[in-house]
Design a protein around this ligand. Structure first.
Ligand SMILES: [Zn+2]
Length: 295
């Protein structure tokens, strides 16, 4: 991995520091652009480090729950599994998301904080944090896995935009353009892959760990199904994998090989094999069309 990988909570920063717009940054980041003695910080990486330490780790006053030993155990189990799975797809270094950057909130908080936009979980590459509504152990573990897969397993890069703002550049296959940061590509694919991995976590870990035994028994008795997140996107994605497989069955031994190409791109940030797969299956430039297909 490149030397750039020294950053606290993101893997790469692209763009030129000469483009930084400090007036705009001050509106958004307030004190984070000033050092303790009041001088302006001009190094974007130092600003981001400060944002991560002072904002990402600070408590959500009205909403945050104090983590119990059980909560910490649950978080550790999820975090270790995220790292173990991501290693299987070729990721070898991980950013630092501490327990302070994992916020457990009272049920219903995220909906209130976001004005109805978010439901049970969210993650921020910029602040290096995840926010999760604390519900039952199984529900909380599922959402924590999903958000940490975005934040910890997926490749996270930030950018200094042409307008001088610090913003997202890549979160897994969620790719933002350099020209227009609002122009996003492959977001639904990224969600599908995250839902796919979360389902694997449910099947392999939740189904077998003592921590969830009692709740699972109650669930099974009630006949309720478990939402392993983004199920609609996962279904659509697997249909898409079927389509790639059926186009030329001699290229792959099984469908898992195709899925692995997608997930490797998501976690390592090396999207070339993935782009090659799509373009060679559907024609040059097809990757851009993929977003529409899966939407
Ligand atoms: Zn997601």
């Amino acid at each position: 991995m490149s030397e750039k990988f020294l950053n606290s909570h993101y893997e790469k920063l692209v763009g030129s520091e000469n483009d930084m717009d400090y007036m705009e940054l001050e509106t958004r980041l307030h004190d984070c652009i000033y050092s303790d003695n009041g001088t302006l910080i001009t190094d974007p990486e130092v600003i981001l480090e400060k944002v991560y330490r002072e904002v990402g780790a600070s408590k959500y006053k009205k909403y945050e729950l104090k983590k119990t030993p059980e909560d910490l155990e649950l978080i550790a189990l999820v975090k270790n599994t995220v790292i173990e799975y991501a290693k299987q797809y070729g990721k070898d270094e991980f950013v630092n998301i501490t327990d302070e950057h994992i916020h457990l909130l009272k049920e219903g908080s995220l909906e209130k904080i976001s004005g109805g936009r978010l439901l049970q979980g969210s993650h921020s590459s910029f602040f290096g944090e995840v926010k999760i509504d604390r519900r039952s152990d199984i529900e909380t573990a599922i959402t924590t896995f999903h958000e940490l897969w975005h934040r910890l397993a997926s490749y996270n890069a930030l950018q200094i935009t042409k307008e001088g703002m610090l913003q997202n550049y890549r979160t897994g296959l969620h790719i933002f353009s350099r020209q227009n940061a609002e122009d996003k590509l492959l977001g639904p694919v990224d969600e599908a892959l995250t839902g796919y991995m979360t389902k694997r976590f449910f099947n392999e870990v939740i189904q077998n760990d003592e921590m969830f035994k009692e709740e699972l028994e109650l669930l099974n008795e009630s006949g309720k199904t478990v939402d392993t997140s983004r199920q609609k996107e996962v279904k659509r994605f697997l249909e898409f994998v079927d389509l790639i497989f059926s186009k030329d069955e001699s290229r792959f031994t099984n469908k898992k090989e195709i899925i692995d190409i997608f997930i490797k791109a998501q976690v390592t940030g090396n999207i070339l094999p993935f782009v090659r797969l799509i373009d060679s299956t559907f024609g040059k430039g097809a990757t851009r069309k993929l977003a529409n297909f899966l939407n």
